[in-house]
Design a protein around this ligand. Structure first.
Ligand SMILES: C[S@@+](CC[C@H](N)C(=O)[O-])C[C@H]1O[C@@H](n2cnc3c(N)ncnc32)[C@H](O)[C@@H]1O
Length: 319
């Protein structure tokens, strides 16, 4: 596990927050750290610090086994993904703890690597069912879930757009986000074309299926509601995609409009957006919403004889 590699430990570790989304407000982190702060005034503890220049990205605190829980483990605290004022509170508490009880080791890493490590932790916890104790879902055979035909269909959509003059090379070099990635069916096509997207999906079981089949990269897959993207990300992505969004009907269009508008918010200026749906009325609803938030682009007819997947595309650029 990346968190173990980065901190040079071999013992088990647990992140204090139980989900990626709770990393935004870090309630448990701040509560436990306040306790640690009081504790270190009387007794020394084993601490490892992960940092980026002056910023503490993570604190590892050692918990020796005892009668109740006879296994040594490390608790991992981070505020690096939190919003203000929680991030600052984490920084202040960590600084005060480290002043009284210096870390036995410090490691300097990038924020990006730290994010990957946190993502990977939650992905592995999901696969091992630690986040869903009652889960009885069995792994379905790969061929029952993933279809080469669909992978080809996504790849053909890119070919169609390239023939119209679009270039995707900057998307390969820059940061890419795939919203509503499901079990990674469309991600599989993106990987084959050389993209490395961060996939977000609201349904835990669907994402878990993609992780279990190693279709999704555990460092680049998140359980996250795409209607809240801007709460987690800056306008930082060079290419944002979403395949087979919907079905988009009049009665549920608010959800999908919310998703594409949030996708536009986290796209960097000049970045590309690409979405696919099944029918023309659906893509018209999404295109109208994207035009409203300053995306310029076009609807592309991508119909084939099957008439099911990725029939209509919207491609645009955030200005
Ligand atoms: C038709 S599937 C498409 C999956 C994948 N993109 C593909 O092409 O195979 C639509 C996906 O959107 C996900 N979804 C719906 N609402 C969402 C939300 N608010 N945030 C993130 N994902 C969402 C669903 O759970 C589902 O996996």
């Amino acid at each position: 596990m990346l968190l173990q590699e980065l901190s040079g430990i071999s013992e088990t570790l647990y992140l204090v927050e139980e989900s990626y989304s709770s990393q935004r407000t870090i309630e448990s982190t701040l509560r436990y750290l306040a306790g640690v702060h009081t504790f270190v005034a009387q007794e020394k503890i084993r601490l490892i610090r992960i940092k980026k220049e002056e910023q503490t990205l993570g604190l590892f605190i050692f918990n020796p086994g005892n009668k109740e829980f006879p296994v040594d483990f490390w608790s991992v605290f981070t505020g690096a993904l939190a919003k203000e004022p929680y991030r600052r509170e984490f920084e202040e508490l960590s600084a005060s703890i480290l002043l009284q009880n210096p870390a036995e080791k410090e490691f300097e890493i990038s924020s990006e690597l730290w994010r990957d490590a946190i993502n990977e932790y939650y992905s592995l916890m999901l696969i091992s069912r630690n986040l869903c104790p009652g889960c009885s879902t069995e792994l379905e055979a790969y061929d029952c879930v993933f279809s080469e035909g669909r992978v080809k269909r996504v790849q053909e959509s890119f070919e169609k757009l390239k023939a119209k003059g679009y270039s995707f090379e900057s998307g390969k070099k820059g940061k890419m986000l795939e919203v509503c990635c499901g079990n990674g069916m469309s991600t599989l096509a993106l990987h084959r074309m050389g993209f490395e997207p961060l996939g977000v999906e609201v349904n835990k079981c669907t994402l878990c299926q993609g992780l279990e089949h190693r279709v999704l990269n555990p460092k680049k897959a998140l359980v996250l509601d795409a209607t809240k993207l801007s709460e987690y990300f800056e306008p930082e992505f060079d290419f944002v995609v979403g395949f087979m969004l919907g079905l988009v009907y009049e009665f549920n269009k608010g959800l999908w409009i919310g998703i594409v508008k949030e996708a536009a918010k986290v796209t960097a200026k000049g970045g590309l957006l690409l979405f696919s749906v099944k029918s023309r009325p659906e893509i018209e609803i999404l295109a109208k919403a994207l035009f409203e938030v300053g995306v310029i682009g076009e609807i592309v007819d991508n119909e084939d004889s099957d008439g099911i997947f990725d029939q209509w595309l919207f491609i645009g650029r955030k200005i």
